[in-house]
Design a protein around this ligand. Structure first.
Ligand code: TMP
Length: 259
């Protein structure tokens, strides 16, 4: 497991998360992009698109190349955010029956988890030169709560910017495949959650939402045809990431030496 003098690490299944202990500094001053040395890569897509497996494979590849990689996910990524994830994804049947989560509450939970994640894991790790491989981030909020639930995209963008202290990914892979294919894969899994059981129409809206987000900004979001073989997809991801690594190679290798 990666070691860093300012942090300790937690593990949920395959996911490794580093939580940096620091005094709370409140909202960041200035642009988060200008203050960071690392690289922030996110994986997005509908259920059953295979993004989590590919995120892990990319993280392993990058480690094999000598980079310091932090694998994490949303909602989740820190101990508090993981507890919020449980409430968000797995409220008990009884709770759901008497007090179903409403879309606004979904957003509030997601933002609460994101603010912890950004402040206590993502920003400290990026400032120390890590490559973050994150399974879902703010595009999921726009796709699920915006396009899926029908909440205002404008409001969601502004709330997300606030909760994330302005942090945006350097690169996003959007895994796309037909909803029927994704749900078939997903509902077979023993790990299916509250949103997996939403209607097919909901997942269609989410998919369309992701595809419309991918149109802008084009340079950040790379759409991946997730119906192809795992090897073909892995090769494509490495081809896209490689030039970005070259740009920051010196900084990140230096950061690695200091860990
Ligand atoms: P996953 O980790 O298996 O992809 O499950 C996370 C679920 O949370 C997935 O159904 C999408 C949902 N989600 C939202 O609805 N909004 C969000 O902002 C995020 C990050 C996830």
């Amino acid at each position: 497991m990666d070691r860093n003098p300012f942090s300790c690490e937690y593990q949920w299944g395959r996911l490794r998360c580093t939580v940096a202990h620091r005094k709370s500094q409140g909202p960041a001053a200035g642009s988060t992009r200008s203050r960071r040395k690392g690289l922030f890569v996110t994986f997005e897509g509908i259920e059953g698109s295979g993004k989590s497996t590919q995120a892990h494979a990319l993280a392993q590849y990058l480690r094999s190349q000598g980079f310091w990689v932090v694998e994490t996910r949303e909602p989740g990524g820190t101990p508090v955010a993981e507890q919020i994830r449980e409430v968000f994804l797995r409220p008990s049947r009884k709770l759901q029956a008497v007090d179903p989560l409403i879309p606004e509450c979904e957003v509030a939970l997601i933002l609460a988890a994101r603010s912890q994640h950004v402040a206590n894991l993502l920003l400290p790790a990026l400032q120390q030169g890590a490559i973050i491989v994150c399974d879902r981030f703010a595009d999921s909020t726009l796709a699920y709560q915006g396009f899926g639930r029908g909440l205002s995209l404008r409001e969601l963008r502004s709330l997300t910017r606030w909760a994330a202290q302005g942090l945006t990914p350097d690169l996003t892979f959007l895994f796309d495949l037909p909803v029927s294919q994704g749900l078939k894969r997903r509902l077979k899994s023993t790990d299916a959650n509250r949103l997996d059981h939403e209607t097919s129409a909901f997942h269609q809206r989410v998919r369309k939402g992701f595809l419309s987000l991918a149109k802008h900004p084009r340079r950040r979001i790379h759409t991946i045809n997730a119906s192809r073989s795992a090897q073909a997809i892995s090769r494509q991801l490495i081809t896209v990431v490689a030039p970005l690594l070259e740009e920051g190679l010196k900084t990140r290798r230096l950061a690695l030496k200091q860990v």
